[in-house]
Design a protein around this ligand. Structure first.
Ligand code: ATP
Ligand code: MG
Length: 652
């Protein structure tokens, strides 16, 4: 063995070594979480690059790619590092298309994508533009194009196929590509143009794919066509961690690749990440899937502390309990960087951000965008700002907020009216609120709109005095203004979200606000979240050493690990998700979340999620575990006496 080789082998077990030392020809690594798959990928790439080979490593998320690149940079001298490309497949395809198609333009803004769909007539498809685009995305991820798609005999599907063709034409006329086109366009380019394929294939002597259980057919097609000349392709994955069937992930190719007689297969059986308690818990979860092919695994770590399962009343109590535990751990010397809070849906993040901010616990939230800036949430917040006394002047009903509410919901008030209202109010030296009833509106629609606004504000102002918490005020806003109807029927302003719909977010605000006695208290908590986030991004820009907790979904946590993991919201409607059709995939999400933990795993369930009473996740109840009761359970018992409307149909 050459000295260069041994440099990359220290601390590996025999099978890991063989995999790192594998030279030419196809190979597959099948293994469970924490068995060192990513370590093998990194070390094999480093070894091959240090010997002068050009390597392409693809990973599933940008974060994982970045992390692997950092590790490789620490291991390799600069000239060898230049031989390694670590990328997601999407980023790679983006590079190829930019180089091959000079006029290439990618649509990244979901609003723009929706307007393009609208131009193609998708508004008339059942579910509107949003549902149409998801259906197109799924069809593309399954490898279909608008040309190859074969609709079934139903009128609806034929209509879908027709609209899809129109959508592709709308994009083509403008030279635009959507995100899913990246993969399909490169697949088609490589399969139709041998010269181009050979050009890219010759750039990489070895191809290594991590997390390949989540690749779809077109992604495999690209990878395999790049490796066709030398067959130096290594596919690495764990079928138990496949989370993207809903986006067309298909492990058939991975399995067929591994079964091929030319493929050398490595099965890593030792788990290095987690304590035995955590491994046993995770294993008992995944075992409930009867269709899987279990891999043997061997623990290398000690038993560790038991997995703790706690049942709490609702998301705020869960966040409070988690924050208290985190403060204890931190006091005992654990850095925040070693802790993650992992959840199933983005909407769960809100309570944690708010309560961590209130405790001044630093956190990095990996969610896209700001929950409070979402249109449906911002409207409610603006109403509360209008109704609550200002923290400086101590006066409510400020003009600023009222003017922002003229068309929330849409009251068909002309856009010039805001300026005119300010002008008239200033002339009369009064608040806008006090001149609404005598305002000379410029047209009939605006007149009616202003009247409606004045009535609704008057009703709200009276109603607020009877409310005993801010959640009741939110409920009044929803009721009196017809807020939900407006949000549901507005075809614009919807951002792409996989899990959350806008009514869920509204219900989230109502439930969260219910924990604060006044609107001003709730608004203060919201302000603290925003300030905490601004401070974090300033620290990040200033490259300060950052010690913070990670908040991320199970999907976003793939491949990562922390000493302590809080697996939160393990309740029906959340995990499994209320819209789940594939419970095996939901269970795998739970499995991935649990196996991110190295030393301690805290699992919690909540008995109420927004306006529904929930039961503990079926994945937990089937384990015969006993939940530890927290003081908040007394409150949970009381909440069972809430009216039927809150039961979400569970007991109907
Ligand atoms: P996942 O399926 O979650 O992506 P994985 O199989 O890729 O997990 P790694 O992330 O590579 O696993 O490794 C898990 C942990 O185990 C890491 O902290 C890694 O450094 C450690 N590890 C891997 N192999 C060994 C080994 N032979 N000895 C000690 N620690 C190891
Ligand atoms: Mg990994």
């Amino acid at each position: 063995m050459t000295p260069e080789n041994t440099r990359f082998l220290s601390g590996l077990n025999d099978i890991q070594r063989s995999a790192v030392l594998h030279d030419n020809g196809p190979c597959a690594v099948f293994a469970g979480p924490g068995s060192g798959k990513t370590r093998v990928v990194t070390l094999r790439a480093a070894r091959l690059a240090s010997q002068g080979s050009q390597i392409l490593v693809t990973t599933f998320t940008t974060e994982a790619a970045r992390e692997m690149e950092t590790r490789l940079t620490g291991m390799l001298p600069a000239p060898a590092m230049k031989l390694v490309t670590v990328s997601t497949l999407h980023a790679l395809c983006l590079k190829v298309l930019k180089a091959e198609l000079p006029s290439f333009k990618l649509v990244t803004d979901p609003h723009q994508q929706r307007s393009l769909a609208d131009l193609a007539g998708a508004r008339d498809i059942e579910g509107g533009c949003r549902a149409f685009l998801s259906q197109v995305s799924l069809a593309k991820n399954m490898g279909n194009t608008h040309k190859t798609y074969k609709p079934d005999d139903s009128g609806g599907d034929r209509e879908f196929a027709r609209t899809w063709r129109a959508y592709e034409k709308v994009k083509a006329d403008r030279g635009l590509f959507d995100f899913d086109d990246l993969i399909l366009a490169v697949r088609d380019l490589l399969s139709s143009n041998e010269q181009t394929r050979a050009k890219y294939a010759s750039q990489y002597g070895f191809i290594i794919v991590d997390e390949c259980q989540d690749m779809n057919g077109p992604q495999f097609a690209i990878t395999l066509s790049l490796g066709r000349d030398h067959r130096n392709v290594m596919l690495v994955g764990d079928l138990d961690q496949s989370l993207y069937a809903f986006r067309g992930a298909d492990a058939t190719t991975f399995r067929a690749f591994a079964k091929h007689q030319a493929t050398k297969v490595f099965e890593l059986s030792h788990n290095y990440r987690s304590t035995q308690s955590i491994m046993q818990f995770a294993d008992s979860l995944i075992k409930q899937d009867e269709n899987r092919h279990p891999l043997p695994f061997q623990a290398t770590r000690d038993e560790g502390l038991p997995v703790r399962w706690t049942r709490l009343n609702d998301a705020d109590d869960e966040a409070e309990e988690t924050a208290q535990e985190i403060l204890e751990l931190h006091k005992a010397g654990l850095p925040y960087n070693d802790i993650a809070i992992l959840f199933r849906v983005n909407a769960q993040s809100e309570a944690f951000e708010r309560i961590l901010a209130a405790h001044e616990i630093p956190f990095a939230s990996k969610q896209d965008g700001d929950f409070y800036a979402r249109k449906e949430v911002q409207g409610l917040i603006t109403y509360l700002q209008y109704l609550a006394p200002d923290e400086h002047t101590n006066q409510a009903y400020a003009d600023e907020w009222l003017l922002a509410l003229l068309n929330v919901p849409d009251r068909k008030i002309h856009r010039d009216v805001a300026q005119q209202l300010i002008h008239v109010a200033q002339m009369r030296n009064r608040k806008v609120r006090d001149i609404l009833s005598e305002f000379p509106a410029p047209d009939l629609r605006s007149f009616k709109g202003i009247k409606l606004l004045a009535d609704q504000l008057a009703q709200l102002e009276t109603a607020v005095s009877q409310c005993t918490n801010a959640g009741q005020i939110v409920a009044k806003i929803r009721n009196i203004t017809g807020y939900d109807r407006w949000i549901q029927h507005d075809p614009r302003g919807v951002r792409e979200q996989e899990d959350d719909d806008r009514i869920v977010n509204i219900a989230r605000v109502e439930e969260a606000a219910g924990h604060y006695a006044t609107a001003a208290d709730y608004l203060k908590a919201v302000r603290m979240v925003r300030e905490a986030k601004q401070k974090r991004s300033k620290d990040r820009r200033g490259h300060k050493h950052i010690d913070e907790i990670t908040l991320v979904t199970g999907h976003g946590a793939k491949g990562l690990e922390w000493k302590v993991v809080f697996a939160v919201g393990w309740s029906e409607f959340i995990l499994p998700h209320r819209k789940a059709v594939n419970y095996d995939e939901e269970r795998r999400i739970a499995y991935v979340i649990a196996t991110r933990a190295r030393d301690r795993l805290y699992v919690s369930s909540i008995d109420r999620w927004n306006d529904s009473i929930t039961a503990p996740s079926r994945f937990l109840t089937s384990l015969n575990l006993v939940a530890s009761a927290s003081p908040a359970r007394d409150v949970a018992a009381k909440s069972l006496e809430t009216p039927n409307s809150l039961l979400g149909g569970l007991f109907d």
